[in-house]
Design a protein around this ligand. Structure first.
Ligand code: TYM
Length: 334
């Protein structure tokens, strides 16, 4: 790999991906891949923290690999791999568990939210999720982690654990910085704009999936909740319109001022149609490319295989250092 700083991020293969995942994460991965050595994981082990149908999880893993590529991740420039293919992730998570306290994990917002949502399956993995995520990041001596705003708390924990480990055992990990995009770092639901747009929403009209065809995208935006007056301005009192403006600006690289001027005097109908159009212009080619790639499983397997081999080399360098620092005897080989 070239002598550049390392960027790491991951996405769970937990089904449909939304334009929230695209704007908060995927879009920035592509933007940053020339300036950093990008390491991108399919966080399949994280996905196990919620009940999965094994066959669907396998299918979703390929879907996500294809989506990464369709969004412009170049497997020659960057490393794309499945987390479970590099066992160092689970191994480092174990060591980090020994310096992490239950109180730090039980107060995580995502743990609390998911515990409410999955009352019948509050498992240890759900609580330990952020420690595995810290291991993902720290294994690669990562400097930059592009994420949506909802992952900020988890990144803070990764930083805390890195600092704690370094203090106790000597300089081992780089301390990563988060990269949270300026626009649309938190895309909200189209039906309830005070809630995050989420792929697990039971209301299919609440999110735009990266798999939605143009007619569906336009229909969903048409139905999006707006506010009582008819002004198209960005304001905390207008969460519905503000969310649509954020989406519009993120997809067009326009500022809120520019967008407000463009739609001054226009009605909600025209505005929603314009938002739907810019979204579909962008995601439809991605959807088609993803479907094309999905027909070539052999290619996807090859990308993941080569990615895992390259990731493993980097990961084991850090893991061996960690094992040595904490006092584990190195295994003799040969
Ligand atoms: P996941 O799969 O839930 O989300 C993937 C990425 O999409 C972002 N995101 C959003 N951004 C803006 N608006 C939204 N509505 C929205 N919904 C999701 C998330 O912030 C995330 O960046 N725990 C991670 C996966 C992970 C990871 C890591 C990330 C595992 N290990 C190491 C970074 C580094 C997650 O939430 O994935």
């Amino acid at each position: 790999m070239e002598d550049k700083k390392i960027l790491f991020s991951a996405i769970q293969p937990s089904g449909i991906l939304t334009i929230g995942n695209y704007l908060g994460a995927l879009r920035n991965f592509k933007k940053l891949q020339d300036d950093y050595n990008g390491v991108y994981a399919i966080a399949d082990l994280h996905t196990l923290t919620v009940k999965q149908d094994p066959a669907i999880l396998r299918k979703n893993t390929y879907e996500l690999a294809a989506l990464y590529l369709a969004c412009g991740i170049d497997p020659e420039k960057s490393i794309l791999f499945a987390q479970s293919h590099v066992s160092a992730h689970s191994e480092l998570a174990w060591v980090l568990n020994t310096i992490c306290y239950p109180g730090e994990l039980s107060r995580m917002t995502q743990f609390k939210d998911k515990s409410k949502k999955h009352e019948d399956n509050i498992n240890m993995g759900l609580m330990d999720y952020p420690v595995l995520m810290a291991a993902d990041i720290l294994l690669y001596q990562t400097e930059l982690v592009p994420i949506g705003a909802d992952q900020k708390q988890h990144l803070e924990l990764a930083r805390d654990l890195a600092i704690r480990f370094n203090n106790r055992f000597g300089e081992t990990f780089k301390i990563p910085e988060g990269y949270i995009g300026k626009s649309a770092a938190r895309v909200m639901s189209l039906a309830e704009p005070d809630r995050k747009m989420s792929k697990s929403d039971a209301n299919l009209n609440a999110f735009i999936s990266m798999d939605d065809d143009p007619a569906t995208v336009l229909r969903k935006f048409k139905r999006a909740v707006t506010d009582s007056d008819d002004k198209i301005i960005y304001s905390p009192e207008k969460p519905g319109i503000s969310n649509l403006l954020s989406i519009y600006c993120a997809f067009t690289d326009k500022t809120f001022d520019q967008a407000e001027q463009e739609f001054a005097g226009k009605g909600y109908g025209d505005f929603k149609l314009a938002v739907g159009q810019v979204v579909t212009d962008k995601i439809e080619p991605i959807r088609q490319e993803k479907n094309r790639l999905l027909n070539d499983k052999a290619y996807l397997d090859e990308v993941l295989k080569s990615g895992a081999e390259r990731a493993e080399r980097l990961a084991y360098r850090t893991l061996s250092k960690v094992y040595k620092k904490v006092g584990l005897v190195a295994r003799k080989r040969g």
